[in-house]
Design a protein around this ligand. Structure first.
Ligand code: NCD
Length: 297
């Protein structure tokens, strides 16, 4: 049984094949590749892009999708997630897509199912399809010549599953990450890291901005204090047009949701160096390729 729990589940060769397939799906046209297949999505955490992207990918390929409404499901009556998943699996879906706040949960669910599990994000642990679509976006921009490119990953590195999956994936393709964050969001790492964004700007080809993951921070904080913190953060880490005035060829990425003028300024979101909406489009193509790999190939 094949699952997609982390990017480490895939070899480089498999990833390049996914990119080849994604390229064929690039126009996001409908086909009947997954006709007769049924996919269940189970999102225990908020999602706009990832959930709709998976659903659109599945439907574009002709599959049917059942979105379990977790707020009205039996987990609210005390059923464990494991039992919920085992029960859904007993209805013989062809795949289960899950997002949950517990790190490692999708991995532990493997033994409860007889269909592939696709991890749509588990806490701060992993978000494999996001990292794949990020690398795919970079790969397309540089026509496959990504080796040696430097990427600044800016933001809440410590709590971001997007950062952790990209840090597993990008170096395998020869990209060099530089982690940029306030001290409190730093992690122990083998990669270069700094608190000073300005200092690295002329050394990098790509900036990946990340949202501060307030929902994963332990201590609740007063709303007024939070506003002050956001202001302080944006002064040092918001990606603005002014900041990038000399970086004509740089590309800017962000997985969304963007906190405007905290992560990225309004004018930089609209700038042609921004790949933010292209990432969203590429996300559907990548997820179509992932579903093909796990359900058909
Ligand atoms: C991210 C996530 O949920 O991990 N968003 C996404 O999937 N596109 C990033 C975030 O929430 O900041």
């Amino acid at each position: 049984m094949k699952h997609l729990i982390t990017t480490a589940d895939l070899t480089k060769k498999e990833i390049l094949k996914l990119f080849e397939d994604a390229e064929l799906f690039d126009d996001l046209k409908s086909s009947n590749l997954l006709e007769g297949k049924l996919i269940v999505t189970l999102f225990f955490e908020n999602s706009t892009r990832t959930r709709s992207s998976f659903e659109i990918a599945a439907k574009r390929l002709g599959a049917q999708v059942v979105n379990l409404e977790v707020n009205t499901s039996s987990t609210k009556k005390g059923e464990t997630v494991e039992d919920t998943v085992a029960n859904l699996d007993a209805m013989k879906p062809d795949a289960i897509i899950i997002r949950h706040s517990d790190c490692g949960l999708p991995e532990s669910l493997k033994s409860y199912v007889s269909c592939p599990i696709l991890n749509a994000g588990d806490g701060k642990n992993a978000h494999p399809t996001q990292a794949l679509l990020d690398l795919y976006t970079i790969y397309k921009h540089y026509n496959g010549k990504v080796k040696g490119k430097n990427i600044a990953i800016v933001g809440d590195i410590a709590n971001s599953r997007v950062a952790s999956s990209n840090l597993e994936l990008l170096p395998r393709f020869g990209l060099n990450p530089i982690l940029v964050s306030p001290k409190k969001f730093k992690v122990k790492t083998k990669f270069k890291s700094t608190t000073n964004l300005k200092k690295v700007l002329n050394k990098v080809d790509i900036i990946m901005s990340l949202r501060v993951q307030h929902e994963r921070h332990d201590r609740a904080i007063l709303p007024e204090k939070l506003e002050v913190q956001k202001k302080e953060y944006s002064k040092k880490y918001c990606i603005t047009k002014k900041l990038l005035k000399n970086q004509k060829d740089i590309i800017l990425m962000h997985p969304g949701p963007v906190n405007r003028n905290i992560d990225v300024s309004d004018d930089m979101i609209e700038d042609k160096r921004s790949k933010i909406l292209e990432q969203v489009t590429n996300g559907v193509a990548i997820r179509m390729a992932c579903l093909k790999k796990l359900l058909v190939d």
